[in-house]
Design a protein. Structure first.
Lengths: 316, 316
């Protein structure tokens, strides 16, 4: 079920920055994204098209997308909450659009004031928009099942509800669904169980990515479980940016540096130069001097004799 | 290969405290150990019999052992570096003795000024001592292969060397061997590979426990890999005590609270009441006010609706 390479999707510029108090200047965002790509990061969620009143940190997403799509080989992803966001994403030229659907309807109503039906309607409208575009300009469209491993308002969510949401997102026109452990409630067993169940209804090829948090320290263990189940795309955030915790070490997102270290140690290629990746922390710290950056590997350093994974040879 | 219960061996009073600057008062150690046992911790490494000049934090180990063995049902473990330590452990009445053998001979020489041959001689002498005791007073004797996943001085250690050390410890009279990732160099793949290899030479029943560090954030992922490989005993330290890091979050030992949370979430019984376990942090913090305690779960709190694992029903 496992592969010898994975895709690390860096979400720091979106999930990280939108959860920080301070606003990273546009020029610093561009430098950071450029440096990440130069370190070998192949997919970056660079921002979200949301109301700048609600999230001023994301107000420059259009400009950031236009910068990022000029970087050769980089897959440029954005989060959108609705059709309007998708229109802006398409105008800017994003390669990938993610629409979150909270499987906890209570959370969905509190968070974006929309029922499941209403989110599915947005998904259909976005899909229709994409279909009007010439094929080469159509972004990849992912529906992300958030609070999939439990909700701070509802607790565990009935698996039947999650599967129905997954089916409806695919029927609405998504190219794939993703699983998000928004609350850090997941564990290795629930990870494997839910991945199997969702793949059972949408097909394995339509669930390839997970977005996991490290709220209770299980982030990398959950990544390992998902990898063993055949998942190949993993979201994470440089320096665990975005947790904005009140207590040290309690970051929200899985830390990219530790994630890359784990896979490379395991002999699983990420395509990322770990030293170059870690060096981008300085850019972030300079632009956000009051923000704590997390991660164990950057502090401990790489093991003596560490080589990383061999680059896989493509099959003939 | 997996089981529905595991043994968590708390090493905070030994591995934790011996790496802290401050010395925990004897009375506080006793209260902490009593509270840990009351929370359901079934095995505690309570100290080490080493020179009090080298490790004044461990000077009261004899008294601590004599206290701990009065707690019903608690397995009382100690670390010893040599025959002299084992004699003191036996006199105090410890149930389990662990002798570390660093598979990196460079590390062994620097750390305890002994070659592999010399450590094996100590193991034989300890085994001979144990054989002189009446059967009901014989402690369980473990040889722990430290730096098994790599050494900060030598880098990766040749697997043949590790297997030879494991065989020699068993031949010297150890009841079992353990694997220690002293340096936090291990990853899930190396974990599985080395467990299989060592079990291949000593038998699966003679390698049941691992002692893992969280130096690069992979602690729980490595625990998961070891569990999947059939390992059933896991060392960890309350609050990650013992890392004594210069940077926040960079604890050394796997954090007991997060480890218990992971297994209980997975439906794997630890026998430990997580709330009661987390409450013992206050005892430690009161006794060591300058020490940082780590752990994600204590800060985030338990998930809404969290029930923990069902208690396994013993087979008839």
């Amino acid at each position: 079920m496992t592969t010898n390479s994975v895709l690390i999707s860096e979400v720091g510029p979106r999930d990280g920055l939108q959860n920080c108090q301070a606003i990273m200047p546009t020029a610093a965002k561009k430098r950071w994204i450029t440096a990440l790509a130069a370190a070998g990061v192949k997919e970056i969620e660079v921002g979200s098209f949301v109301s700048p009143k609600l999230l001023p940190q994301m107000a420059d997403t259009g400009e950031i997308v236009r910068h990022a799509i000029e970087i050769p080989g980089l897959e440029v992803a954005v989060l959108v909450p609705n059709l309007k966001g998708a229109q802006l994403a398409v105008e800017a030229g994003a390669h990938k659009i993610t629409l979150p659907l909270s499987v906890s309807e209570t959370h969905s109503l509190r968070n974006i004031r929309r029922t499941h039906d209403q989110v599915i309607d947005e998904a259909k409208a976005i899909s229709d928009l994409i279909q009007t575009l010439p094929e080469e300009r159509r972004p990849h469209f992912e529906g992300s099942l958030s609070t999939a491993f439990g909700c701070t308002l509802e607790g565990p969510i009935d698996e039947a509800v999650i599967l129905r949401c997954a089916e409806r997102l695919m029927a609405a026109g998504c190219d794939e669904v993703g699983l998000s452990d928004t609350t850090g409630y997941g564990d290795p067993m629930s990870m494997k169980r839910l991945i199997r169940a969702v793949r059972g209804v949408v097909g394995a090829e339509n669930l390839t990515g997970v977005h996991l948090h490290n709220t209770r320290g299980l982030g990398l263990a959950n990544v390992l479980a998902a990898y063993e189940e055949g998942i190949t795309t993993f979201d994470s955030s440089l320096g665990g940016l975005g947790g904005c915790p009140t207590a040290p070490g309690a970051s929200g997102n899985v830390v990219t540096e530790d994630l890359v270290f784990m896979f490379e140690s395991m002999g699983v290629d990420t395509g990322i130069d770990l030293e170059a990746l870690m060096a981008t922390r300085e850019l972030v710290q300079a632009a956000l001097p009051d923000e704590d950056l997390y991660g164990f590997t950057p502090r401990a350093g790489l093991p003596l004799g560490f080589k990383g994974a061999p680059v896989p040879v493509a099959a003939e």
